[in-house]
Ligand binder design. Structure first.
Ligand code: UDP
Length: 235
C-alpha cells in the first residue's frame, strides 16, 4: 500500500491518501495535548503505543461484528483504514463519574452510572467541544435520527465488549470517547482511535490511573501507564 498525499493533520494523527481511493493510512504522532491543547508535549514512543493499542481494540471490535474503519496495522505508527467521512460529533460513554461530568454537574467522582450514560459533544475545537443533545444534532443537520440512534446503540455495544475485555485483564473502563464515520454506502462505522488517550482506564486492584489523566494532571509517567495497559491486555 503506497502512502500518498497528506489529507489532514490533527493533534495526535496524520491521515494520508493511498493508491487505493477507498483506503487511508492513519499515522500516529508522538504529541500529547490536553485542555484544548493549552498543555502540549512530545512524548517519544507514544504514537507507536497508541497505534498498537488502538489496533488491538479495533481488531477485537471487528471480531465482535462491530463495524469499524480499521483494516490492519501496517507498521509501528501506521494503520490502514477504510475511507470515511467523520461525523463531527464525539460520543462519550460513562460507566463511572470522572472528568468533565464531575466538574460540570458536581457528581462525586467514582459514582457508578447504571445504565451507562451516553453523551454527545460537538467536535469543534474553537467552541471547546460543547456538550449537545440529539435535538442540536438534528437542528445542525450533523446526523439523521436513525444515525444518532445507530451511534448510541453501537457506543453501548462497544462499551459492553470493551468493559468485559478490560475487566478480564484487571482494568476498569471508566469512560471513553468514540468518533463515527460514514462509509460511501451510507453505513456508520466506529472510526478515529480508541486508546488510553481517549479512554479512562483504572487498575482494578490498585486504582492507579493508566490513561491520559497522567498527562493532564501530572500523575506520573504517561508511557509507563500506557505500557502497563498493553502488558495487561496482552498477558
Ligand atoms: N475524550 C476524548 N477527547 C475529547 C474529550 C474527551 O478522547 O476531546 C475522552 C476522555 O479521555 C475521557 C472521556 O472522553 O475518557 C470523557 O471525557 P470528559 O468529558 O470527562 O472530558 P475531560 O475531562 O477528559 O476533558
Amino acid at each position: 500500500m503506497k502512502k500518498s498525499q497528506k489529507l489532514y493533520e490533527g493533534k495526535a494523527k496524520i491521515l494520508y491518501k493511498t493508491d487505493d481511493p477507498d483506503k487511508f493510512i492513519a499515522y500516529f504522532k508522538d504529541s500529547a495535548t490536553a485542555f484544548d491543547a493549552i498543555k502540549k508535549a512530545t512524548i517519544k514512543g507514544k504514537g507507536a503505543l497508541n497505534n498498537t493499542l488502538s489496533s488491538i481494540i479495533f481488531q477485537l471490535l471487528n471480531q465482535n461484528k462491530i463495524p469499524t474503519h480499521f483494516i490492519k496495522k501496517l507498521s509501528d505508527r501506521e494503520m490502514l483504514v477504510h475511507k470515511v467521512e467523520i461525523i463531527p460529533v464525539e460520543v462519550v460513554v460513562r460507566n463511572i463519574a470522572a472528568g468533565s461530568i464531575v466538574k460540570r454537574l458536581g457528581i462525586p467522582e467514582k459514582i457508578p452510572f447504571k445504565p451507562p450514560l451516553v453523551e454527545f459533544y460537538l467536535k469543534n475545537d474553537q467552541l471547546h467541544d460543547p456538550i449537545i443533545c440529539k435535538e442540536h444534532i438534528l437542528a445542525m443537520k450533523l446526523a439523521k435520527e436513525d444515525e444518532i440512534e445507530k451511534m448510541k446503540h453501537l457506543a453501548l455495544e462497544v462499551n459492553n465488549i470493551l468493559s468485559k475485555f478490560f475487566k478480564d485483564h484487571g482494568i476498569l473502563l471508566v469512560d471513553f470517547k468514540l468518533e463515527f464515520g460514514k462509509r460511501p454506502d451510507g453505513s456508520i462505522v466506529v472510526a478515529d482511535e480508541i486508546s488510553p488517550d481517549t479512554c479512562r482506564l483504572w487498575d482494578i486492584k490498585t486504582g492507579e490511573k493508566l490513561d491520559k489523566d497522567r498527562f493532564r494532571f501530572d500523575l506520573g509517567d504517561l508511557l509507563e501507564g500506557y505500557k502497563k495497559v498493553l502488558e495487561k491486555i496482552t498477558d
